[in-house]
Design a protein around this ligand. Sequence first.
Ligand code: NAD
Length: 314
Amino acid sequence: MSSMSSEVLGVESRIAFIGLGHMGGPMAANLVAAGYPVTGFDVVPAALDAAAAAGVEVAESAAAAARGADVIITMLPAGKHVFAAFEGDGPGGGLLAAAKPGALFLECSTISVEDARAAHQMVVASGHRGLDAPVSGGVVGAEAGTLTFMVGGSEEDFASGAAIFEVMGKRIVHCGGPGAGQAAKVCNNMILGVSMIAVSEAFVLGEKLGLTHQALYDVAANASGQCWSLTTNCPVPGPVPTSPANREYQPGFAGALMAKDLGLAVEALNATGVDAVMGRTAEEIYREFALGGGAGTDFSGIINTIRHASHRTD
Ligand code: NAD
C-alpha cells in the first residue's frame, strides 16, 4: 500500500464515477475521451443513459462501480449525498466498503469545509486515500475540460491524482491539507456574491444619477471598482456582450447555486466566529432571490431585484 500512495495514476487507472448529473456527466465523458476506463453510477436512470451514450460503462450500483477501481470520483449535490454514497445502504451507497484498499477518492462536490473534513476522516479510516476537489467553471467548463480544481489533501495524494484532474480541468490548485479545497471555494464564492451585489447597486445608483451603463462601465472597469462581476459577468446588457444580462439572465451561474454556496459560507463563518457583515447579508439577499423566482436565472439577475426595490416610494 505504501508503493501505491506515491503512484502517479495515469490512463491505465480504472475510474468509478458516482453522480453523472450536469457536471459529472460531461466530466466522466472527458475521461472516457482521454482513454480512461470509466464505470459510472447515478440513482437517476436518465443520467445513466446519457453517460452510457458517452462511452461510460454503467454499473448496477455505486458499490459495483467502485469495486476494483483505482480512483473513485464523486460529484453529488450536497454533503448528505456524499455521506450516503460513502456509507449508506441501497444502490447509491456503500462506496467505502466496496473500494479496494488504498483507492484514491476524489470528492468533487461542493460541500461544507466541516463535512469535507469528516468525509476525509471516513475515507482514511476505511483504509483509502482522499482529496477534496471542488470545482468552478460550471457546465461549460465541465464540457470543455477547462474547470478549475481547488484541492485539499496530502502532497502525495495530490501528485497521484494530478493527471486525472488535468483531463477535466485547466487550472489545478493544491490549496493545503484536507478541507482546504472547500475552504478556498467558499471564500472565493463569498467574494463573488458580495461583489455582484456591489456592482449591481452601483449600476442602479448610476441609473438614478443619470449615468449611462457604458459610462459607468468605462470608468469602473479601468479603475478601482474593477472585478469579475463587472468585467466578465456584467449585470447590465451592453458593455460585456457575452454576459448573461444580454440573454435575459439565462445562467451562467444560477441563483440557486449562489444561494447554496453562500449558505456554506455562513456555516463556515459561524464555525469560525468571523465577523462578516457583507458575507452574511449577501447570503440573505441570495436566499430570498432564489426563493423568489431567481433560482434558475443567472445570479447577476439580482440587479432587477435591487432596481425593483429602488422604485418603491415608501
Ligand atoms: P446535479 O444535481 O445535476 O448532479 C448530481 C447527480 O448526483 C444527480 O444526477 C443525482 O441523481 C446524483 N446522485 C445523488 N445521490 C447519488 C448517489 N448516492 N449515487 C449516485 N448518484 C447520486 O448537480 P450538478 O450541477 O452536477 O452539481 C454537482 C456538484 O457540483 C454540486 O455540489 C454543485 O454545487 C457543484 N457545482 C456545480 C456547478 C454547476 O454549474 N452546475 C458549478 C460548480 C460546482
